[in-house]
Write a protein that binds this ligand. Structure first.
Ligand code: MN
Length: 487
């Protein structure tokens, strides 16, 4: 970025609460379906005379998120109507908790890490609301699928506390992993669970960032649905606004809402903030206010499992991993659980981390496979690492075996056993092979005796060749140094 300017970014992150059985105000199923309009009923469609019923499980999950984000909880749980009409919202209003003090959580903060560096995201509020239906647009017609209509949706509103797409993405990824660890949502952007509105303005770097008056004109990008899209939209918009500054067109830019076009890789003007909709919020009269007791809050608090940040602290402080490595391990609960299992097999934690973070995660990314699809269980990996640690197998051979096991869908230990690939640490054999190599290369031996120490590696290579890579290179080097003295 041009360092004359600084970007100021705030997020409204929507996450569908996918882990409840039913919708937030009706007993239709809350589940993803390929088939349109199968999980719907009269309440979801807003038929006249229907009444909403609040899903307690959805309240619990929202409250859990509020507690995790260190928010202040309201005295009462209640909902309000946000009035607007759109075909994806047949009732003509959305039940939400947007205006204070209604949200299930206000004024919180959460730590996140970017490249091993700790940062803090400031939370304005988190609230529970109902999702709208999904619209699909075709050349000459559109379809509406109400399956999603009425699903519980968490909207998390941050303060403008991010400065670039890396920070915004690191925060979003942290929230995704929290939602997954806590069992609130699968938070799968491929299923449309994650949708973000991004607020962006730029300001002069020389001015004080803590004074809002120094912020530039705010642009909101609506409804970006993929992590890559969020990154690209932020980068594009920062660049666009800086260009307006540099060409003296910035003053004409009005506060506005834009949309991100994934195919074009650009944001497009939608509407001016001057035409902002007045939603005429009022409290939903058909849902009684429900007092939020301390007992209920404590009960929900107790049900929160160990979260990524806590695991990270354990990895760093007790297992001695770097912040960078710990961040990678905790990103997915599945990986973190897997790593814990390898360590429980009495494998050195730092060694275990190297193998999991490079070979296992590397293979998952490269082959686009899940951990279970790779077929290397924690026990298999643990045993292979132990063979290496005990000098029974060279590091190189071990890696090759793991890659082969993945490619051929085999147990790595079976490969080792079948092909007798265990490292040769039979001292007598290595001594014999070292001397054999000396005899075959008298010239090199002479150079070695003359003090050219680097030729030692040549002999290591010779022994490796004779053992097909199975000798322990460190031990071989030691033996070479002992044996050369006898010459
Ligand atoms: Mn909302």
């Amino acid at each position: 970025m041009n360092d004359k300017y600084k970007a100021i970014i705030g997020l409204e992150m929507h996450c569908e609460v996918s882990n409840t059985n039913s919708k937030v105000f009706s007993d239709s199923r809350n589940s993803y379906s390929e088939e349109a309009n199968v999980n719907i009923n009269a309440i979801d469609l807003g038929f006249p005379g229907v009444l909403p019923i609040v899903n307690k499980e959805a309240i619990k999950k929202a409250l859990m998120a509020s507690i995790i984000l260190n928010c202040k909880q309201p005295e009462y749980v209640y909902f309000e109507r946000k009035n607007y009409y759109y075909p994806d919202l047949p009732k003509g209003f959305q039940l939400t908790q947007e205006t204070k003090p209604c949200p299930i959580g206000i004024y919180g903060e959460i730590e996140y890490y970017l490249n091993g560096e700790k940062k803090i995201a400031k939370i304005n509020n988190i609230h529970l609301e109902e999702d709208a239906a999904s619209l699909d647009h075709y050349a000459s017609f559109s379809t509406i699928n109400y399956n999603r209509c009425g699903n519980p949706l968490l909207e998390l509103v941050t303060y403008p506390c991010f400065h670039n797409s890396d920070e915004a993405l690191a925060f979003i990824e942290t929230m995704i992993s929290i939602y997954r660890y806590a069992g609130i949502s699968e938070a799968d952007s491929k299923k449309g669970h994650i949708r973000c509105d991004v607020n962006i303005s730029i300001m002069d770097s020389s001015k004080d960032e803590n004074d809002e008056k120094n912020y530039g004109t705010r642009v909101e990008i609506k409804n970006v649905c993929s992590l890559g899209g969020i990154r690209d939209a932020i980068n594009y918009e920062i660049k666009r606004q800086i260009e307006l500054k540099e060409t003296n067109k910035y003053a004409e830019m009005e506060q506005q809402t834009r949309r991100w076009d994934e195919d074009e890789g650009k944001t497009f003007y939608m509407r001016s903030k001057a035409n902002a909709i007045d939603y005429k919020y009022f409290i939903e009269p058909n849902i009684p206010k429900y007092r939020l007791t301390q007992e209920f809050i404590n009960e929900v608090k107790k049900s929160i499992p160990v979260l990524p940040n806590e695991r990270m602290q354990h990895y760093i402080n007790e297992l001695g991993l770097s912040e960078y490595d710990a961040t990678i391990l905790v990103r997915e609960k599945e990986i973190s659980d897997y790593y814990d299992e390898v360590v429980r097999l009495d494998v050195d934690p730092i060694e275990a981390c190297k193998w999991v973070n490079t070979i296992i995660i590397g293979s998952m990314n490269k082959l686009e496979k899940s951990l279970s699809e790779l077929g290397i269980t924690a026990e298999m990996l643990g045993k292979v690492i132990k063979l290496v640690m005990n000098n029974k197998l060279s590091q190189n051979n071990a890696k090759k075996i793991i890659y082969r096991a993945i490619a051929e869908n085999k147990d790595p230990l079976k490969i080792i056993e079948d092909e007798q690939l265990s490292q040769i640490d039979d001292e007598k054999l290595i001594v014999k092979l070292v001397n054999e190599a000396f005899d075959e290369n008298e010239d090199v031996v002479r150079q070695f005796k003359e003090g050219k120490d680097y030729v030692a590696n040549f002999f290591v290579g010779q022994v490796m060749k004779k053992t097909k890579g199975q000798a322990n290179p460190n031990r071989t080097l030691e033996i070479i140094r002992e044996e050369i003295k006898k010459r």
